[in-house]
Design a protein around this ligand. Structure first.
Ligand SMILES: Cc1cc2nc3c(=O)[nH]c(=O)nc-3n(C[C@H](O)[C@H](O)[C@H](O)COP(=O)(O)OP(=O)(O)OC[C@H]3O[C@@H](n4cnc5c(N)ncnc54)[C@H](O)[C@@H]3O)c2cc1C
Length: 496
C-alpha cells in the first residue's frame, strides 16, 4: 500500500511534535517552514557572544513535558535529552513600594517573607496551593489531555461537575480574597494569567493551577537556553525521517469542495499530500491560506491574547542585582490589565519582566558581561492600526530604565553594547501571528476545550490544525500535547 503523505505548515513546537509522531507511525512527513530554522516563537539569536531566547524563557509544567517526551518514543527521555536545572527562587518580585518577594520552594524562607508582608498569610498560601493542586490535576485530566472531537465529549454529565470543582465562574482576583488581604500577595499569585491572554480580573479562578505548578513542580532552565528543546525535537524528527523545507512560505492550501489536496508555495511550486496539518497560527490560516468562509469573520470577533515589546540587550557589565527572572509588579494592577486588554495600549506604569540567562548558564554572555531581555506587555495590534509602535517602544524602554533604578541599577544605558527590539509588528511579521498576539487566541471560558477552534477543519476533512490557537492552547508543553492529540486523530481518521 502507498505510504500516506503529510505536509506540516510550520516548524513550531506543535508542528515538530506532530511530525515526529506521524513519521514514527509510518507516514511520509514534510515540514514546510517560512523561516530559516525550526522553533517558531521559541526562537533565538546570538550576537557578539550574547545568546538570547527571544520567545519562551520559562520551562513550566515539567511533568507535562516529561509525559510528552516519553510519548515520542525510544530515545526521547526529557532528562536524558535536556540538561535541566531548577530555577529557585523562580521569580524575584519587586513592588512599587520597593518591597520584594522571592518565590522559592524553600517553604521556611517563603513563610518568613509572606508573614512580613501580611501576618498569617502563609496559611493562606498553603490553602491556595491546595486549591491550585486540585485545579491542576483536574485541568490536565479532564481538559488538556482530552481530545474534544464532538460536542458530547465536552458537554457531559461528568464535565458538568467541573463547574463546581474548578471554579470556572469565579473571577480569579476576587477568589484571592479567600486567601490574602494584601494586594501585593494577590498580584504575586495571579500575574501568570497574562500567559493565558487574560487579566486576573476576568480569568477564572481555575488558573490558580499555574502558580501552584510553578511552586510545586518548579520552573526549570535547560542549559543552552529554551531553544535546546527545539534542537531536541528537530533531532528526533530528523531521526524519524521527517523532511524539512526551510525559507519557504506556503501561499495557499489547495482545496476542492471537501478536501485539501496539498499546498502552493511562494515560488509557485505545488506539493500534493494526503493530509495537510497547519501549525501556522490558526486564525492566520483561515484568513490567508484558505478560501474565505464565515469562520474568518467568526475568528476576527474572538478575543486574542496581548502582545509584548521585547528589548534584547548585550551589556558590557554583570548586573548581579538581577536574578534570572525579575518581575516588577505595578500597584495599579487592574489599570495595567485594562490598558493592555481593553485599550490595546501600554499602561502608564507597566509591570515588567527581566530575564538574565547568564545567572543560570554563564555561557549565555561573555565573561564579565550580561545578556538581558526586558519584556513589557502591551495590547495586540488594533484593527485600524492607529498604534504608534515606535513611540510605544520608546516609552516602554524608559519604563524599564526607571524600574531598574529602583534596584539601584542607574547606569544601564551607558553599558548597552547593542539593542534588538521586537514589537507586535515583529511578532506578526516573523511568525505570521494574527494581530501580533504572542499567545494566540485568549483562554476565555468561551474559547476553551470544545469551544476552542477544532483541530480538524469542519469542511476539508483531511485538513488539521496544531498549536497555540487550537486545543489545548498556549505554551510549549501544551503545544506538544496538541501535536500528540492531532496526530492520534489523523491516524484514527486514516484508519491506520
Ligand atoms: C514572547 C513570548 C514568551 C513566551 N514565553 C513562554 C514561556 O516562558 N513558556 C512557555 O511554555 N511558552 C511561552 N510562550 C508561548 C510559546 O512560545 C508558544 O505557545 C508555542 O511555542 C507555540 O507553538 P506553536 O506550535 O503554536 O507554533 P508557532 O510558534 O506559532 O510556530 C508556527 C510556525 O509556522 C510558521 N509559519 C507561519 N506561516 C507560515 C507559512 N505560510 N508557511 C510556512 N510556515 C509558516 C512560523 O514561521 C512558525 O515557525 C511564549 C511566547 C512568546 C511569543
Amino acid at each position: 500500500m502507498k505510504t500516506k503523505s503529510v505536509i506540516v505548515i510550520g516548524a513550531g513546537i506543535g508542528g515538530l511534535t506532530a511530525a515526529i509522531h506521524l513519521a514514527k507511525r509510518g507516514l511520509h512527513v514534510t515540514v514546510v517552514e517560512k523561516n530559516s530554522r525550526p522553533g517558531g516563537r521559541c526562537d533565538r539569536f546570538s550576537r557578539a557572544g550574547h545568546h538570547f531566547d527571544t520567545g519562551p524563557t520559562l520551562l513550566v509544567m515539567p511533568l507535562l513535558y516529561e509525559t510528552e517526551f516519553r510519548a515520542l518514543g525510544a530515545g526521547a527521555s526529557m532528562h536524558e535529552r535536556l540538561d535541566l536545572q531548577r530555577v529557585d527562587p523562580t521569580y524575584h518580585l519587586v513592588f512599587d513600594d520597593g518591597s520584594q518577594l522571592a518565590l522559592t520552594s524553600d517553604m521556611k524562607s517563603l513563610q518568613e517573607q509572606l508573614e512580613s508582608i501580611q501576618p498569617g498569610s502563609f496559611q493562606g498560601l498553603l490553602r491556595y496551593l491546595q486549591e491550585g493542586d486540585r485545579h491542576y490535576q483536574l485541568v490536565l485530566d479532564k481538559l488538556v489531555n482530552s481530545d474534544f472531537r464532538k460536542a458530547s465529549d465536552f458537554f457531559s454529565i461528568q464535565n458538568l461537575a467541573l463547574i463546581f470543582r474548578l471554579k470556572p465562574l469565579i473571577n480569579h482576583y476576587r477568589n484571592m480574597s479567600a486567601y490574602f488581604d494584601d494586594p501585593r500577595l494577590k498580584s504575586a499569585f495571579t500575574f501568570q494569567d497574562i500567559y493565558m491572554g487574560l487579566s486576573p480580573f476576568e480569568a477564572p479562578a481555575t488558573f490558580s493551577m499555574m502558580p501552584y505548578t510553578e511552586l510545586a513542580h518548579g520552573v526549570w532552565y535547560p542549559k543552552g537556553g529554551m531553544y535546546s528543546v527545539v534542537e531536541t525535537l528537530t533531532d528526533l524528527a530528523c531521526k524519524a525521517g521527517v523532511e524539512f523545507i526551510f525559507n519557504t512560505a506556503v501561499e495557499r492550501i489547495d482545496t476542492n469542495s471537501t478536501h485539501a489536496r496539498g499546498v502552493l508555495l511562494a515560488e509557485g511550486a505545488r506539493l500534493d499530500a494526503d493530509v495537510v496539518l497547519a501549525n501556522a497560527d490558526l486564525p492566520y490560516v483561515y484568513q490567508y491560506l484558505l478560501p474565505q468562509d464565515r469562520m474568518v469573520r467568526s475568528l476576527s470577533r474572538k478575543r486574542f491574547s496581548c502582545s509584548v515589546i521585547s528589548f534584547f540587550w548585550g551589556v558590557d557589565k554583570t548586573y548581579e542585582a538581577l536574578g534570572p527572572h525579575t518581575l516588577f509588579l505595578a500597584d495599579d494592577y487592574r489599570e495595567n490589565f485594562e490598558r493592555i486588554i481593553r485599550d490595546l495600549s501600554l499602561p502608564a506604569n507597566p509591570s515588567i519582566y527581566i530575564h538574565t540567562p547568564a545567572r543560570l548558564d554563564p555561557s549565555m554572555a561573555p565573561r564579565g558581561q550580561d545578556t538581558l531581555t526586558a519584556i513589557v506587555p502591551v495590547g495586540h495590534m488594533s484593527e485600524n492600526g492607529e498604534q504608534n509602535w515606535d513611540q510605544l517602544r520608546d516609552e516602554a524602554r524608559e519604563h524599564v530604565f526607571r524600574r531598574l533604578r529602583t534596584l539601584g541599577i542607574t547606569d544601564i544605558e551607558s553599558h548597552i553594547k547593542f539593542e534588538e527590539t521586537y514589537t507586535p509588528l515583529s511578532w506578526h511579521k516573523r511568525y505570521n501571528l494574527m494581530k501580533g498576539s504572542t499567545h494566540g487566541l485568549a483562554h476565555t471560558l468561551t474559547q476553551l476545550a470544545y469551544l476552542r477552534p477544532s483541530n480538524r477543519h469542519p469542511r476539508y476533512r483531511n485538513l488539521y490544525f496544531v498549536g497555540a490557537s487550537t486545543h489545548p492552547g498556549t505554551g510549549m508543553p501544551t503545544a506538544m500535547v496538541s501535536g500528540r492529540l492531532v496526530s492520534e486523530r489523523i491516524m484514527d481518521d486514516l484508519g491506520a
